[in-house]
Design a binder for this molecule. Structure first.
Ligand SMILES: Cc1ncc(COP(=O)(O)O)c(C=O)c1O
Length: 381
């Protein structure tokens, strides 16, 4: 018998028993494919680290960043995984990535400057920009050979008009697109030319289907990068994310911010993060294989629909272009007619109107049922 890192004998009842948001938003007859979490058991090393922390009653305030193991574990992960050499002194902890976005926008970008957001994008980017007291400037991505690409001319124009930063989602939620090196290099040149900052949210990077991923920080020594183990290893409720400063001045300024601004991570999340980065590779490899099989189920199911769809290069979200059906609100229509809940494309920026986002990281039988319902409905008109 081969040793496996994931017990794939998992069913929805075990996900429901978690009593987290994932399966608590709707009645039982609805298949909810909105919340970005996976219906998979947590990695054994992560579970063991959390159980150990519980046994030790590690329920106090977290130790200071520089005395915790997390920056070192993250630094090793980034070096081994991406060849990105970044010392632990440049890695700081966050309770969640969006806090890192708001606080960096406030403190590390030109006062009051608007923020460029290539869209479609993770909807909470807009919340974070609002909380930071800034204006979002949407620059819709363009269709390229491999799917969505940054509109670099549009970004150039927005920076020229006064925007002070670009908030990149790399890999992108919801499209699953990994921006390539050439585009990242041009983006870095534009940022340098206009004195703007680039913030790169790389939370989905560990869940990619091919090896080529260029961390933005590898080409810009003024980058601000957001990473986390919570998404890839499926423990977002444990509260621990990371911000990585390429520029030492940013790290120095960050150290002066009050705890109320940047504190709030949990010792349980910190223990889980160290375990994930150090011992979570076998689980991650199997999780990606599982997701790749589900991705194929989606691709096969959509083949007969004649809709715009490009397989994601990373992550477990499918971005479906349903504009040809002329529905005012496709997500509401599908929910009403099929009992399958998807995220409205409009939540991802105005360029998402007419699209829906579907989380395919669920039990294959449930996914197949949902896909059958959605395709039957769309084919039936
Ligand atoms: C691109 C992206 N960034 C951040 C997050 C959430 O991170 P956090 O809960 O740490 O703010 C998500 C969650 O889906 C995401 O897709």
């Amino acid at each position: 018998m081969t040793e496996t890192a994931i017990d794939l004998d998992w069913d929805l009842e075990r996900s429901r028993a978690r009593r987290t948001k994932r399966w608590s938003q709707y009645d039982r007859d609805i298949i909810d494919l909105t919340v970005a979490e996976m219906d998979l058991p947590v990695a054994e090393p992560v579970l063991a680290a959390v159980q150990d922390a519980v046994r030790r009653q590690a329920f106090g305030y977290p130790v200071a960043d520089e005395r915790s193991e997390v920056p070192q574990a993250a630094s090793e992960w980034l070096t081994e995984e991406h060849g990105l050499t970044v010392g632990p002194d440049r890695v700081r902890l966050l309770p969640e990535l969006m806090r890192g976005v708001t606080m960096s926008l406030r403190h590390l970008t030109r006062a009051g400057s608007p923020v460029v957001v290539p869209t479609p994008v993770y909807g909470r980017f807009f919340d974070a920009i609002q909380v930071a007291g800034r204006e979002a400037v949407e620059v819709p991505m363009r269709a390229g050979d491999r799917g969505y690409e940054l509109d670099l001319d549009g970004i150039d124009r927005a920076l020229r008009a006064g925007a002070g930063s670009v908030l990149l989602c790399h890999p992108n939620n919801p499209t699953g697109r990994v921006t390539d090196r050439g585009q990242l290099e041009t983006l870095a040149e534009l940022a340098a030319r206009h004195g703007a900052r680039v913030l790169s949210d790389e939370i989905h990077a560990p869940l990619r289907y091919q090896p080529d991923f260029v961390p933005y920080a590898s080409i810009d020594d003024n980058a601000i990068t957001l990473v986390s183990a919570t998404k890839a290893w499926n423990f977002p409720g444990l509260r621990c994310g990371l911000i990585v400063f390429s520029n030492p001045d940013d790290a120095r300024l960050w150290a002066t911010l009050p705890r109320a601004a940047v504190g709030g991570m949990s010792p349980l999340g910190m223990a889980a993060t160290v375990a994930a980065f150090r011992d979570g590779r076998p689980w991650l490899r199997e999780a990606v294989r599982f997701l790749a099989d589900n991705r194929k189920l989606v691709t096969d199911a959509l083949a007969g629909l004649d809709i715009g769809y490009t397989e994601p290069e990373a992550g477990y979200l499918a971005w479906l272009d349903l504009r040809r059906f002329g529905l005012a609100d496709p997500a509401a229509h599908l929910l009403r007619r099929t009992g399958v809940a998807t995220t409205s494309g409009a939540d991802h920026g105005t360029s998402g109107n007419g699209f829906v986002r579907l989380n395919f990281a669920t039990v294959p039988g449930v996914l197949t049922d949902a896909l059958d319902r959605v395709t039957d409905c769309l084919l039936g008109g």
